[in-house]
Design a protein around this ligand. Structure first.
Ligand code: SAH
Length: 224
């Protein structure tokens, strides 16, 4: 089924997604809810998958990677406590859907993807859809943003054995980092806060399941 870009189908599907998958499961940040409702998720996946874009499932995006289910995207976005003023570093651009959500909730997003083909299509898609406060880059995000600088928020959208030191170093005072930490197949969503005195405080949020963060400070590449 082809879902019309601005049609009733997509609008009703988005309303249902928000009600059944987000509001009923503890997503209560009004800005996150509004942005999840207005963003056209079906434009971030292959046309053949468009009819499944607002359901409770991960969707393949190529290169063996997946776009997380809507709840997970909303949960991570909410955990970042964005006000609209922050500069955000995102590791794992993928389709660019989470990037689009962050771009509406923050001031500017810096995003890194290790697969050039995914980075290229996400960059084009985000530009075409009018997300102009986003800087896309290809590289190993486990090493952090290449220039030395700090970010108020950091989000890793791939599972990591332990949060890379280079990303903690780029977390600004009073900053928040959200990441899935654990084994290759199952993780816990954690939030690390940089306190006023520079110390780091860790909280465990929810169990989750992401594709691995592959890189110098993540998992080894096991693809054939
Ligand atoms: N948030 C994305 C999906 C994330 S899937 C979306 O909304 O579509 C995780 C992504 O992280 C994949 O695209 C994967 O290629 C990428 N990735 C894994 N390890 C990485 C690394 N070290 N640096 C940058 N990107 C990485």
């Amino acid at each position: 089924m082809k879902v019309p870009e601005h049609g009733m189908v997509s609008s009703r599907a988005r309303d249902r997604m928000v009600k059944e998958l987000l509001l009923n499961h503890g997503i209560d940040d009004p800005r996150v809810i509004a942005v999840m409702r207005e963003t056209l998720r079906h434009l971030f996946v292959d046309e053949a998958l468009a009819s499944r874009a607002y359901g409770d499932e991960n969707l393949p995006i190529g290169e063996g990677q997946t776009l997380s289910q809507p709840y997970t995207v909303a949960r991570m976005s909410q955990a970042l406590r964005l006000t609209g003023r922050e500069e955000v570093l995102e590791i794992g651009t993928g389709s660019g859907y989470q990037t689009a959500i962050l771009s509406k909730l923050s001031h500017k997003v810096y995003t890194i993807e290790r697969h050039p083909s995914l980075a290229d299509s996400a960059r084009k898609r985000l530009r075409r859809l009018g997300f102009h406060n986003v800087v896309c880059r290809v590289g190993d995000g486990s090493l952090g943003w290449p220039e030395e600088r700090l970010f108020e928020r950091v989000i890793i959208t791939a599972g990591t054995p332990i949060t890379p030191e280079s990303l903690l170093r780029q977390l600004a005072p009073h900053g928040l980092l959200v990441a899935p930490e654990g084994s290759r197949s199952a993780q816990n969503l954690i939030r690390i806060s940089r306190l006023a005195d520079g110390a780091l405080q860790r909280e465990i949020l929810d169990p989750c399941c992401f594709v691995p963060l592959v890189g110098a400070q993540g998992w080894k590449d096991e693809s054939p």
